[in-house]
Structure formats: structure tokens, C-alpha cells
Design a binder for this molecule. Structure first.
Ligand code: C2E
Ligand code: MG
Ligand code: MG
Length: 507
């Protein structure tokens, strides 16, 4: 008999397996179907088969009843995820249905949390599936410790877990649970001599605030989880209705953005960057704002993702490149500024076949020397299609454009990869700077990034520097530049011009 199959069945049924020939018949039928024609039966298997065929009909009847009972047993066992022993999708859905009914009747709230392990694939690929499985088990054990008996925790497959939190008072309760889970799961794991660190991204959706049926609750938790990943992983996000803007709303927004572009409702603000050696402004980043007569000043975080999805980022991005390049030229001609002026370019723009032509046209139009122009690509954009991006970056570099990687530390770069990109500067993501005061991990990460960048002969700038202490720390670690509220918020062109005129030494 197939040893693995036999062992599994024995484990499931114990002695019943030997006492119940009908069950063995069933097992054999399944088994016969699964083996190929050339399978040669062992003596024990043949004997077992003969005995099952000799059963009288009465015996078979009894055995059938027994079989039914055992089927129930198996069904129960099948409701568990075999790797982790957590509930599976079937049980989760069942419990979710019950929760929904109760919550409707008694006007209660509940939340579902989608928990996805960050970079699990890398662990699996580099250390093998066995370690991957051990990690999943260890995570399951910790998850079980974190939840109440009344909550359901399930593994839906792969590295995806879900948690059903019953009877919460406000969505903030679910947020606190998510925070607790993140802390618990990010402690190191010791697995067969490997010490592993991992983080999770969590999406939360709550009944009835975010959705009133199961399909939408699932969909929303999933959307929120992807948002958590997009915004740098290792965090949790509540579903927000704007994440799930429907197709017709997208269309409306698209046409609003198109009009906004025509009516000149977009503007660029400029945030200066400081050279920590000279104490002088050495660069600046152009950041878009939408000054909408309807909604007021809208942050790029709220419309760039939609512009990317609808394709409106192409004309908007072109306007940004053009406005920034001409502004840089103007300040140069006035003798106010000789540093780089950087613009953010999104994934969708980069993949547009006309992108290089747009860059060329803009530089020509504004008569700007490309060496004063800087393009920022986020780490995730660069790493998503490394070969493609590498080629494009070479093209940009050949024109003399300065290149930097934005939000560094939140993506997938490996040292080997980075070396192959023709980049000049790394921008340490502001989440690391923000965590300097309270997260023991932030310092070693920042120090490692600075050391690595310098080895690769790249400059490093830290984003989001807000305090004197952060500044002193970064200066002490030989970080080359900083950008952040400590120096200045992003300013409208007029204010930026006034700042440049001061020619101030800041440190
Ligand atoms: P980013 O490129 O990482 O830009 C830095 C963001 O951090 C800016 O947010 C800036 O205002 C903010 N920031 C700077 N210093 C500090 C600080 O000390 N503390 C804090 N809390 N925040 C600080 P903003 O302007 O809201 O832009 C957000 C993101 O939107 C940008 O992140 C960039 O990814 C995107 N974005 C902005 N403008 C454009 C654009 O023209 N095109 C594209 N494709 N994306 C853009
Ligand atoms: Mg940027
Ligand atoms: Mg950034």
C-alpha cells in the first residue's frame, strides 16, 4: 500500500482502519484509481483486498453505517488546514456566515483581517519549501496565541491567513488587534538553525461600515491588504471606500482630472534638500498638488493612484516634467539655483512607449541641460521589471539625467541588482527616519543602507527629517543629504524662489 496514504489514514482513524474492511475497500478503490497500470501489489495489499471482497452483505451494511460515521469524522478533520491545523476556508466561510447573521440580528460589528506574509516567496525560494512550511506553522502557532477563543483564524492557502474578529465595538479595536499581531509575528523565528525575521501586511474590513455582505467584506479586506503592501509593507490598513472606487466613479474622476489639466488646476510645490557637508540647499523635489475649486487642495496620495490606473498619469506626468524643467531653467537663468530638480515618475509613465520622447521634447522645449534634471523612481517600480527598467535607465543616463531611487528600503532590491542600475542616489524612505526614535531596527537599517550606498558610490538622502535629533543622527552616520520638514515643507514656486534668494547656510 502506498505508505504515505496508509500512514495518513491510520493517523486519521486509528484502530478503526483495521476493524472496518468497508473503509479499506473504499480506500482501495481510491488507491486503485490513483496508481498506474504497472503498479505491482505487495502481498499484504493483496490479502487485504481479498478479505474485503469476502464480506457478506450484512457485514457490508454494518460497515456502510460505520463508514458514514467515519466520513463525518473525516469531514471534520478536512475542515482543518493540514499544514497548520488552523481552520480552512470552508470553516472560515461557515463561521463568517454565522457571524453575519448574528451581527445583523443583534446590530453588532465584526471585522475580518487579511494577513499576508511579506516576502514569503523569497524565504521559500531561498531556503526551500521545508523551511517555508515550518515558518507557516510557527506563524500559525503565534496567531492562535493572539486571538480569543471566539475568533476564527484560518489559513486560506499559501501565505494568506484570515482572522474573524467577533463583536468588536469600533474598527479601532480591530486596528489594535492588527497591531498586536504585527508585533507578535515580527519577533524572530528560530527554525532549524536559521534565524528568520518576517513582517506582515494586514487589511481590515468591518461589517457593516465597509460592506454588508461577505463577498464585499472579503474583497475590501483584500484591497486594504494590498494597500498595506503598496505603502511599504509591515503595516495594516483599514479599508477605505476610496480604495474601492467603482468603474463609473473612476470614469468621472478621469474626466475631472482631464478638465483640471486643461483649466490649470494642478500646481507643483518644491521641497528643498540639504547637503549635510556644506549646509546649503543642494537639490529640490517637485511635488504635485491638485488645487480643485470643488474639493480644495488635494494630496497626490489621493489622486496619483487613480491617475495611474486610468492612464491620466501620462498627460499629467508630462505636464509635471515640463513645468519642473522650465522652472529649473528659469531659476538657473536668474542665477538662483544650480542643483538638480527632481520629478517623480510613476510605473505607468515609465512603461509608456513614448516616455523617452516626452523627456527629450520637454528638455528641448525648456532648453534645460539634462544634468540638472533628476528623475525619481520608487524602488518597487524599478524592481518590478528589472531588465526593462535597466535598459530605460541606461537611456536616461546616456542623456546625462540624474537618477535616484525613491522610498528606498520598502521594495525588493538586492545588492546584486542595485549594482547593475545606473543610478546616482538612494532616498531612504521616510518610514525609517520616522521610526528612528522608537524602533530599534530603524538604526541598523539606515546604517546598512548608507554603508551599502557608499560602497556602490551612490549618494544617500534621508527623507522625512523632522527633528534636530534625526538630523544630528544622520549627519553622524555620514548621510549625504536630508529632505524634510526640519528644513522646509514643499513650497509653492514663489515661496521657493524667496527661500533661494536667502542663500542661507542651514547648519
Ligand atoms: P515621495 O516622492 O516620497 O515624496 C515625499 C513625500 O513626503 C511628499 O508627500 C512630501 O510632502 C512628504 N514629506 C516630505 N518631508 C516630510 C516630513 O518631514 N514629514 C512628513 N510627514 N512628510 C514629509 P506628498 O507631496 O504628499 O507626495 C506623496 C507622494 O506622491 C510622493 O512621495 C510621490 O510618490 C507622489 N507624487 C508627488 N508628486 C508626484 C508627481 O508629480 N508624479 C508622480 N508620479 N508622483 C508624485
Ligand atoms: Mg519622491
Ligand atoms: Mg519618497
Amino acid at each position: 500500500m502506498n505508505r504515505l496514504l496508509e500512514r495518513q489514514i491510520k493517523k486519521l482513524l486509528g484502530d478503526e482502519y483495521y476493524k472496518n474492511p468497508a473503509f479499506q475497500t473504499k480506500v482501495f478503490q481510491d488507491f486503485l484509481e490513483s496508481v498506474d497500470q504497472s503498479y505491482s501489489f505487495k502481498e499484504k495489499e493483496v490479502r487485504l483486498l481479498e478479505r474485503t471482497l469476502d464480506l457478506s452483505s450484512q457485514e457490508l451494511n454494518d460497515a456502510n453505517k460505520q463508514l458514514k460515521k467515519q466520513n463525518e469524522e473525516i469531514k471534520k478533520l478536512a475542515s482543518l488546514d493540514s499544514l497548520t491545523g488552523l481552520s480552512n476556508r470552508y470553516v472560515f466561510n461557515n463561521n463568517l456566515n454565522l457571524s453575519l447573521k448574528r451581527a445583523r440580528r443583534y446590530k453588532r460589528k465584526f471585522s475580518i483581517l487579511f494577513i499576508d506574509i511579506d516576502r514569503f516567496k523569497i524565504i521559500n525560494d531561498s531556503l526551500g519549501h521545508r523551511i517555508g512550511d515550518l515558518l507557516l506553522k510557527a506563524i500559525a502557532t503565534r496567531l492562535k496565541r493572539c486571538v480569543r477563543d471566539s475568533d476564527t483564524i484560518a489559513r486560506l492557502g499559501g501565505d494568506e491567513f484570515t482572522l474573524l474578529l467577533e463583536e468588536i465595538r469600533t474598527p479601532a479595536d480591530a486596528g489594535r488587534s492588527a497591531q498586536k499581531l504585527m508585533e507578535e509575528l515580527s519577533r524572530p523565528y528560530k527554525l532549524e538553525g536559521h534565524e528568520l525575521m518576517t513582517t506582515v501586511s494586514i487589511g481590515i474590513s468591518t461589517y457593516p461600515t465597509d460592506a454588508e455582505n461577505i463577498v464585499d467584506l472579503f474583497k475590501n479586506a483584500d484591497t486594504a491588504m494590498y494597500q498595506a503592501k503598496e505603502s511599504g509593507r509591515n503595516n495594516y490598513k483599514f479599508y477605505h471606500y476610496s480604495m474601492g472606487v467603482k468603474a463609473d466613479e473612476y470614469m468621472a474622476l478621469e474626466s475631472r482630472m482631464r478638465k483640471a489639466l486643461e483649466r490649470g488646476e494642478f500646481e507643483l510645490h518644491y521641497q528643498p534638500q540639504l547637503n549635510l557637508e556644506t549646509g546649503l540647499i543642494c537639490g529640490m523635489e517637485a511635488l504635485i498638488r491638485w488645487n480643485s475649486p470643488e474639493f480644495g487642495l488635494i494630496s497626490p496620495m489621493n489622486f496619483i493612484p487613480i491617475a495611474e490606473e486610468t492612464g491620466m498619469i501620462i498627460p499629467i506626468g508630462r505636464w509635471v516634467l515640463q513645468t519642473a524643467a522650465c522652472q529649473a531653467k528659469k531659476w538657473q537663468e536668474q542665477g538662483l539655483y544650480k542643483g538638480h530638480l527632481s520629478v517623480n515618475v510613476s510605473r505607468r509613465q515609465l512603461q509608456d512607449p513614448g516616455f523617452l520622447d516626452i523627456v527629450d521634447e520637454v528638455l528641448k522645449d525648456c532648453q534645460l541641460n539634462p544634468k540638472f534634471f533628476e528623475i525619481e523612481l520608487t524602488e518597487s517600480t524599478v524592481m518590478q521589471r528589472p531588465q526593462f527598467t535597466m535598459k530605460l535607465l541606461k537611456e536616461l543616463k546616456a542623456r546625462g539625467i540624474y537618477l535616484s531611487i525613491d522610498d528606498f528600503g520598502t521594495g525588493y532590491s538586492s545588492l546584486g541588482n542595485l549594482k547593475q542600475f545606473t543610478i546616482d542616489k538612494l532616498k531612504i524612505d521616510r518610514s525609517f527616519v520616522r521610526d528612528l526614535d522608537n524602533d530599534a531596527d530603524a538604526k541598523p537599517i539606515i546604517e546598512a543602507v548608507i554603508a551599502m550606498a557608499h560602497t556602490l558610490k551612490l549618494l544617500v538622502i534621508a527623507e522625512g527629517v523632522e527633528t534636530e535629533e534625526q538630523l544630528a543622527y544622520l549627519k553622524g552616520r555620514n548621510c549625504n543629504q536630508i529632505q524634510g520638514y526640519w528644513l522646509s515643507k514643499p513650497l509653492p514656486a514663489g515661496d521657493m524662489e524667496a527661500l533661494l534668494k536667502l542663500r542661507k547656510k542651514y547648519i
